[in-house]
Design a protein around this ligand. Structure first.
Ligand code: G3P
Length: 218
């Protein structure tokens, strides 16, 4: 499964990229606004693409098809790694189809139902982003959505990749893997939580304490 980092924070992106742990980046307008300050977001996207050799999702902010297509072309022209994120609306689906025929890769986002995911696949989306955590937030079963999309895509042979998004904790990532999501995007905190285990820390402390008794070096 591919691991994407869900952030526009270059410090965090470099930290994960240095460890060769990530396959790509997802951003959204909220994440970009948290870090941009007075920087042009397009420069941030380009910088991210220089750091990460994989898909980097950058989202349109228009809501009508024609302006979405124009924004998608501008974003895609920034760097070969750019994948254009489009909202799962009627206009977003039409824009997805239109830019897909030009060879622009797409990530159809804000997906909350199987029927929406079906239309994303029909529109030729490269990725679809079901938002697990936001469904859980309203007392739904977010992970059930990943399960159902996997089944529908497998039943009919759609090759749109399922990019499990809005993942809030390690078990969301583990469950996405077990279901067979193609990719999982997560905040940096969740990525590093994946590495943590109290028995690892306890075991390491004991090993180092015992080694210290030797007074030896390697
Ligand atoms: O990739 C989508 C993600 O950024 C949404 O996450 O935690 O804001 O629901 P969240």
């Amino acid at each position: 499964m591919k691991i994407f980092l869900d952030t526009a924070d270059l410090v965090e992106i470099r930290r994960a990229a240095d460890a060769n742990l990530i396959d790509g980046i997802t951003t959204n307008p909220s994440l970009v606004s948290q870090v941009a300050g007075d920087r042009d977001p397009k420069e941030i996207y380009k910088e991210i693409c220089e750091v990460v050799d994989g898909p980097v999702s950058a989202e349109v902010v228009a809501t009508d098809k024609d302006t979405m297509v124009a924004e998608a072309r501008k974003l895609a022209a920034l760097h070969d790694n750019i994948v254009v994120k489009l909202p799962l609306t009627e206009d977003g689906l039409k824009a997805c189809r239109a830019v897909g025929t030009e060879g622009i890769r797409t990530n159809v986002t804000l997906c909350f139902s199987v029927s929406q995911a079906l239309l994303a696949a029909k529109a030729g989306a490269t990725f679809v982003s079901p938002f697990v955590g936001r469904i859980d937030d309203i007392s739904g079963e977010g992970m059930q959505l990943i399960h159902q999309i996997r089944q529908v895509y497998d039943n009919y042979g759609y090759d749109t990749e399922i990019l499990a998004a809005s993942l809030r904790h390690p078990m969301h990532v583990v469950e996405s893997m077990l279901i067979g999501a193609d990719c999982a995007t997560m905040p940096p905190k969740v990525l590093w939580q994946l590495a943590k285990h109290p028995l690892t820390d306890k075991g390491l402390d004991a090993f180092l304490e015992d080694w210290d008794k030797l007074g030896a070096t390697i």
